[in-house]
Design a protein around this ligand. Structure first.
Ligand SMILES: [Fe+2]
Ligand SMILES: [Fe+2]
Ligand SMILES: [Fe+2]
Ligand SMILES: [Fe+2]
Length: 416
């Protein structure tokens, strides 16, 4: 199938940016701004269309390991004043590089994420110096820290001048003379600055992005979404096995129903991305040990709206978007966010909905321990009796999962 990787990444970058906004305090559209600046710099350096395409992918995903790093180092980070310190942990670079190793890039970019915090003078995490730092890593590093320090969406003329002064001042220190020149070449155009504003950034990228696609199998696409399921699961320690667990169960149930391999993989993709919108929910709500207030629950209810918002423009994802984004809709119309009824909810949407509830009940939450199969089934049966979820699927979940013990390390049926 012909698949445009960057169409997918731009669609989901809204959710990744939400993580950086919460953890690092950067403004919205940070990943896109880094990407746009990178494209403009790459044009000056004369990179090929394929390289520019890959550079945009890498820019959007430069901090893909931030939530994972935060989750692993939480005991230490909690004692620090500011979550921004997670950016000072070099492991987010190596974990981030490892996470994208199966990405179907057009060229073969290596070590770009690993070295996205290197400085020209060797003062970065790994002490790499000068032109030993891959050019793409130099470009991303520049765009990343400059946007972090000054927010390119701030169009105040004083801010622009501050950025230009700072960049000149960093020549030979954090930045190579070539990077400084390439930036100044772009910075002379007013359009460059205007393109970086929040309401212009999508169009600006669209106009410059090389229209390249690649033939990918559904399995390749599944591997891409695996990176995002990891980001989503790492958002909170209580959900660290959620998408991957749902994926494993969706795959087993799909086999039980005799679905062909393509549909099985598509269901696993839907499971991987179903809670993408959760990346927009603050951890103060997700990790709250007490009952949520009405206002907090109304924030939680926004997450499937944003799952649909992210996925809706990815053309080959039409069915996957439905299955993923309908997982809190109920047959009687009492679900959210659209209140769809039975006639609008197809079999696979109903299946992901039932499995999502079962998966959540069998996981620990801040306010309760994980429930055993029988207790989870009691709750599913009560929902089924109320006409909220599909009785056939509830019966099959009981039959199929009754005797299965899920070992977390073997959760994903497709992940290698
Ligand atoms: Fe970073
Ligand atoms: Fe960043
Ligand atoms: Fe959900
Ligand atoms: Fe979920």
């Amino acid at each position: 199938m012909t698949f445009n990787l960057n169409e997918f990444l731009l669609a989901v970058s809204f959710a990744i940016d939400a993580v950086e906004m919460e953890i690092l305090g950067v403004n919205s559209n940070h990943g896109k701004r880094v990407g746009y600046i990178a494209i403009r710099m790459a044009e000056v350096f004369g990179l090929s269309q394929e390289e520019i395409f890959d550079l945009l992918s890498l820019s959007i995903m430069h901090d893909n390991a931030i939530s994972e790093e935060l989750l692993k180092s939480q005991p230490m980070i909690k004692t620090m004043d500011n979550f921004q310190r997670v950016e000072t942990l070099m492991t987010h670079c190596s974990i981030g590089e490892k996470n994208i190793r199966k990405f179907p890039f057009l060229t073969s970019p290596k070590s770009i994420i690993t070295y996205h915090h290197e400085n020209y003078d060797g003062s970065g995490f790994f002490g790499l110096k000068g032109q030993k730092i891959p050019l793409m890593a130099q470009i991303i590093s520049f765009a990343d820290f400059t946007d972090f320090l000054f927010s390119f969406d701030n169009q105040d003329i004083n801010n622009r001048e501050k950025i230009i002064d700072y960049v000149k001042e960093q020549k030979g220190k954090r930045l190579s003379p070539d990077i400084v020149e390439a930036f100044l070449e772009n910075a002379q155009y007013i359009s460059f600055w205007l393109d970086l504003q929040n309401h212009n950034i999508n169009d600006a990228i669209g106009q410059r992005l090389p229209s390249l696609t690649k033939e990918l199998s559904w399995y390749d696409i599944f591997q891409i979404t695996d990176v995002f399921s990891n980001i989503i699961d790492c958002k909170s320690k209580f959900t660290q096995w959620h998408s991957i667990g749902l994926n494993a169960k969706a795959s087993i149930l799909a086999k039980h129903y005799g679905k062909d391999e393509e549909e099985q993989i598509k269901l696993s993709i839907a499971a991987n991305v179903h809670d993408l919108g959760k990346l927009t929910i603050p951890n103060s709500i997700l990790d709250k040990p007490d009952k949520l207030t009405k206002a907090e629950f109304s924030v939680i209810q926004t997450h499937t709206y944003y799952t649909r918002y992210c996925l809706k423009d990815i053309k080959p994802f039409n069915e996957i978007t439905e299955w993923a984004a309908n997982h809190h809709e109920k047959l009687d119309g009492g679900g959210y966010p659209y209140g769809f009824k039975a006639d609008r909810l197809d079999f696979n949407s109903r299946m992901i909905c039932c499995l999502d509830i079962y998966q959540a009940l069998t996981e620990e939450r801040p306010y309760r321990k994980e429930l055993p199969h029988e207790q989870a089934m009691d709750i599913l049966r009560a929902l089924e009796k109320n006409g909220q979820i599909d009785s056939l699927i509830v019966n099959d979940i009981d039959k199929v999962f009754e005797d299965i013990i899920f070992y977390k390390s073997f959760y994903s049926p497709f992940s290698g």
